[in-house]
Design a protein around this ligand. Structure first.
Ligand SMILES: *Cc1c(COP(=O)(O)O)cnc(C)c1O
Ligand code: SF4
Length: 326
């Protein structure tokens, strides 16, 4: 039954070969690099692809997913685990880096493969909660009363079907120590059909306050369908936030980021973080240097009220919070 959900069918129909997407956009299939596509597989839902501009090889949405030859080149400082996830592992699928919060790698799967992803080399298959049949991660949380907030992350936690998500949710809500839950998901933007009536019901009937952090990098990602979906989520009473990554050739420009913040706000979402790129091997072509990032943010501040300016932060392995750049 769950097999037949529209979002699952849509996902099965996603582009898995770069040449297919490029051809559908009227572009040369040779723009994609085969070796890169083997090291981190290609995956793009058709709805997201439909927001790309045909004939534009520099399209900011295409750039986020296109495997390029540069990915294979070594860059000093770009490593497989730039954010220290391996050291932060407390139990299978449980990362605890910051006081009070614990992050659950619910599943390694995503609906879209972002080439800049800092988890592109993470051993998802072994390190996700779906393999934690004995609930070791949840026991570890229960044994640490300092954890007040659990973040459902991944991969993308909404790759779980409604039934499994509900089961996990209820196990978490049974932990009396928790004051709130948080969900980090890019699916809400790249596969809005994931927001089923059952998901809305789960969010509406929850016991704990909920923050939903979506991930959009460019204003064009917020299609009519996405905005309508965000409005439905907003009506569940959840707090909606957005995180972006500052990406060369995608959103490295104050006007673009201002438009993103304004579109987000118009659908009830506040900008939260603008992350500096994590120096993960294969992503150096997305890097924006610190000095330029500061300038972009200064430009953004002149365009927007303070509450629409995201916090520019970097993740540093071993630090006890995200580190602001300014
Ligand atoms: C980013 C992150 C968090 C969340 O940090 P906030 O500043 O609370 O948004 C929590 N745990 C891990 C492991 C993270 O990487
Ligand atoms: S959706 Fe998030 S976790 Fe998945 S590939 Fe993109 S950045 Fe990485």
């Amino acid at each position: 039954m769950a097999e037949g959900e529209p979002w699952q069918r849509e996902l099965r129909g996603a582009f898995t070969r770069p040449a297919e997407l490029l051809t559908s956009l009227g572009l040369d299939p040779a723009l994609a690099d085969r070796t890169a596509a083997r090291s981190f597989p290609f995956l793009v839902p058709r709805g997201f692809a439909s927001l790309m501009t045909p004939g534009d090889p520099a399209d900011p949405l295409l750039r986020q997913v296109l495997p390029r030859a540069e990915e294979g080149r070594d860059h000093p400082g770009f490593t497989p685990d730039p954010v220290g996830d391996r050291q932060a592992r407390r139990a299978p699928g449980l990362l605890a880096k910051y006081p009070g919060r614990a992050l659950l790698v619910v599943t390694g799967a995503c609906a879209l493969h972002c080439r800049y992803c800092f988890r592109r080399h993470f051993p998802y298959d072994r390190e996700s909660l779906i393999h934690d049949r004995d609930h070791i991660a949840l026991s570890a949380i229960a044994q640490d009363p300092t954890i007040r907030e659990v973040i459902l992350s991944g991969g993308d936690p909404l790759m779980l079907d409604d039934e499994n998500l509900r089961a996990l949710w209820h196990r978490l809500e049974a932990l009396g120590q928790l004051r709130r839950l948080r969900l980090h998901s890019r699916l809400l933007v790249v596969l809005p059909s994931r927001v089923t009536p059952a998901l809305i019901d789960l969010f509406t009937t929850r016991r704990l306050p909920l923050a939903i952090v979506i991930h959009a990098n460019h204003p064009r990602e917020l299609s009519g369908e996405v905005r309508e979906t965000l409005a439905r989520l907003k009506r569940t009473g959840a707090t909606l936030l957005n995180q972006s990554v500052l990406l060369r050739g995608v959103n490295d420009d104050p006007d673009c980021l201002a438009e993103l913040s304004e579109s987000l706000f118009a659908t009830g979402v506040l900008p939260y973080y603008l992350h500096l790129l994590d120096p993960v091997a294969g992503a150096a072509h997305f890097e924006v240097a610190d000095a330029e990032a500061r300038e972009i943010l200064a430009g953004l501040r002149t365009l927007l009220p303070g509450y629409l300016v995201p916090k520019l932060v970097r993740e540093i392995a071993g630090a006890s919070s995200k580190v602001p750049l300014v």
